[in-house]
Structure formats: C-alpha cells, structure tokens
Design a protein around this ligand. Structure first.
Ligand code: ZN
Ligand code: ZN
Length: 408
C-alpha cells in the first residue's frame, strides 16, 4: 500500500524492478503507471492544495485508461503537461460520464441497480473536483429523469437515461487530447545534472532530445553529442555539447587507489553559462549605445573573454562621460576632470574611475589580461557609476517632483 501520487488517497503502489516507474491502482484515478521523471515533475506542477489541477489530472488519467488498450497506460514527462492542461468536462459531459460508469457496472442488466460507492471515489471517473459535486451531479441527473434512486443508496438508469446513453455512445466518448505530445509513447526522459543559467548552478535537467556522431581514425576515436536540456526546476531550455576525444583521456586513481580512466570530454553550453548576470536596472538605461555596449560586456564576461571585457568597460566609461558632459579636450583625463568639475563624480571616485580607464587602455593597447578577480572589481566600479549616474539620478528627480510640498 501507499499513496496515489496524483490524489494522495491510499492506493496500491508497486515499483517493478528494473524500471524507473511506478504502477498505481487508485480508487479515484484508476490504473496507471508513472515514470520517475513525471513523478519528480509532479512535485512542482501539482501542489496538493490545487484541487482543480488534481481533479484535471485524475480525470485525464481515467480517460487515458478508457481510450487505450494498454493495461497500464503511462504518465510520463511528455504527456504530463498536456494532461494537466486538459480542462474538466462540462456538466453535460459529466452527466454522460456518470451514465457510462453506471452502465459499465450494470453490464447487460439494464434494469438493475448499482450501489453508489463513496462519492469521493467517483470524482476521477466523472471529472469533478470533489465528492460534494458528484453528489450535486447525481441529484441533477435524477431531477432530469436520467437515473432513479433505489434503496439503499443505489441508482438505476431510466429509459430516458438509456436513450441519452446511446446518443452519447454515438457521438463517441470524451476524446483524449490528440496533440502529438499526448500521443508520444512511453519514452522516459533521462535526468542528468547540468548547468542552468536561470537557477545559477547545477540542477537536475531532462534530456529532451539528443544526437551523437562518432568517428575514428585507427586507434584514435572521437564523438560529438548535442543534447537539448530542460531544467527540472525552472523549465529553461539549453543545449549541451559534449566533445570526446580519445587522446584527451587520462588515467587517474579513484578514492580506493584503483586506477580509473577519466574520459577526455569537453563540455560547452549554449547559451554560455552565466558568470555574471546583467544588473536588474539594465533595461532602464535610456541610451541605446550604452545598453548595447553593456550587453556585449556581459557576453564577453560570460564567454571568458577578459581582454575584450576590460576594453568594453573603458568604452562604457567613454560613452557615459560623453552623455553627461559632451566631449571635452584632453582625452580620458580631461573627461574625468570635467565630470568632477561638473559635480557628477567626487575626487575619490575620479581616482577609482582612472584606475578602471587605465586597465582598459592597457588591454586595448598592450593586450593586458586582468585576473578574474580584478575584472570583477572593475565591473563592480563601472556598474556602480552607471547605476548612480543614469538610474538613481532620474529616480531622485522623480522623488523630488512627487513629494508633496511642506505647508507654509
Ligand atoms: Zn489517485
Ligand atoms: Zn533552472
């Protein structure tokens, strides 16, 4: 025994050996199997208090069972989202589902009566959120003359009900969503550890698609694999390339002192892993040139192009100075002095920005490569300056204008 991962009622659960899936027999959701990856998706996509989502998935699971021949229809990472999105049926359709269920219990005993089980158990079959609504639906079916109550707690289908049922069968049962994703067969997506730019680190990710090309030249071999990855946490997509070259393989020792071979694999992500994210105020910078250069600065930082990043910072300083005070004589030194005279920066900040400009010059003219740490400080300084000069200055003006004047 265990709990149904969909509706959380106690259910019969099995974990067949040799497969990453579970088989569930639930009073509400019926018989189904669910893959390990779909199970882990449920944690984020199906909050236990979201009764509607639970009802939708429970009903879609029942429906999947009734529309396939599979003994254990499968919920997997491919069809789960479609099943969750599938709306609950209309009242009319719920009524039909009640009749279909009752008829299935009666088999060919058309005048017989079916004992109503716990109304909660019928939510999945009928497609309602809870047992109270099942109760409501049964009352409506009775007042419409489709069913009759038979003591104790049984229902039978009226002649009118049978007529309605044959009409329902003619128009076919509630169709299962026929999107390609829903029809995709039981393919279990692998979960691997990979970098996610949004979560800023290594996360569990599904391998949604992959292809590998291999080659060799005598004893030397190589392979090139591309994988489309989707972060299990935030759904962000990325592509990972793994290039293996046998000549890069290295012999090493594991923690028990045994010799092991570490395969020579180079890993590249597209887009490149974010080393430094753009500041949140980036979009509020009005000047397009400034924004473009900033964009390229972070692209360079994230690609490890430190010389270009350092030059980019100098360009930003140049452009920012131009926007604030135009183009005074005397190159960078003249510009920084004019910024100070104009009250845009303090004497202390002038010294700091001079250091940044010098590093940029050294990179531009002598190919100077700042260390990662130093480059981090350089970027901190320029971010600070731009934030104050182009974002906070405008904000301060707004505050001044909108603050009610003191009553005289
Ligand atoms: Zn269930
Ligand atoms: Zn993520």
């Amino acid at each position: 025994m265990g709990f149904c991962p969909i509706c959380k009622t106690s259910a019969n659960l099995e974990q067949p050996s040799g497969g990453d899936y579970r088989r569930v027999e639930c009073r509400k959701c019926g018989k189904y199997q669910i893959t390990g990856s779909a199970l882990s998706m449920l944690e984020t996509r199906l909050p236990a208090n979201d009764k509607k989502a639970v009802a939708r998935l429970s009903h879609a699971t029942r429906l999947m069972f009734s529309t396939t021949d599979a003994e254990w229809p499968e919920i997997n990472s491919v069809n789960l989202d479609d099943m969750l999105k599938r709306p609950l049926p209309t009242i009319d359709r719920q009524m039909a589902n009640l009749l279909v269920w009752t008829a299935a219990q009666l088999e060919d005993d058309h005048l017989g009566a079916v004992e109503l089980s716990d109304e909660e158990d019928l939510t999945g079959v009928i497609g309602t959120i809870d047992g109270r609504r099942v109760h409501e639906l049964i009352s409506r079916a009775e007042s419409e003359g489709l069913i009759e109550f038979v003591p104790d707690n049984c229902i039978s289908i009226t002649t009118q009900g049978w007529a309605r049922l044959s009409a329902t069968v003619a128009e076919k049962a509630e169709p299962m969503m026929a999107s390609p994703a829903a029809l995709a067969v039981a393919k279990v997506d692998r979960i691997i550890k990979a970098h996610c730019n949004k979560c800023r680190g290594i996360t569990n990710s599904w391998v949604r698609a992959e292809h590998t090309v291999t080659g060799n030249d005598g004893p030397i071999s190589w392979s090139d694999s591309f994988e489309v990855l989707q972060c299990c946490g935030c759904d962000t997509l990325s592509v990972r390339q793994e290039h293996w070259f046998s000549e890069w393989d290295e012999m090493d020792y594991d923690q028990y002192g045994r010799m092991v071979m570490r395969p020579g694999i180079k890993e590249v992500y597209f887009p490149a892993p974010t080393v430094r994210a753009k500041p949140e105020w980036f979009d509020t910078i009005a000047d397009e040139v400034l924004r473009n250069v900033l964009d390229e600065l972070y692209a360079a930082l994230n690609a490890g192009l430190n010389v270009l990043a350092s030059i980019g910072v100098r360009t930003l300083l140049d452009r920012a100075g131009y926007l604030l005070i135009g183009d005074p004589r005397g190159g960078f030194e003249g510009k920084l002095s004019a910024l100070q005279t104009g009250g845009h920066i303090s004497a202390h900040e002038k010294t700091t920005l001079e250091a940044v400009a010098d590093a940029g010059n050294a990179s531009a003219h002598r190919g100077y490569t700042p260390t990662v740490e130093r480059l981090g400080h350089i970027v901190d300084i320029i971010e600070n300056f731009l934030h104050r000069a182009f974002v906070l200055a405008g904000a301060a003006e707004d505050i001044r204008k909108t603050t009610p004047a003191r009553q005289k």
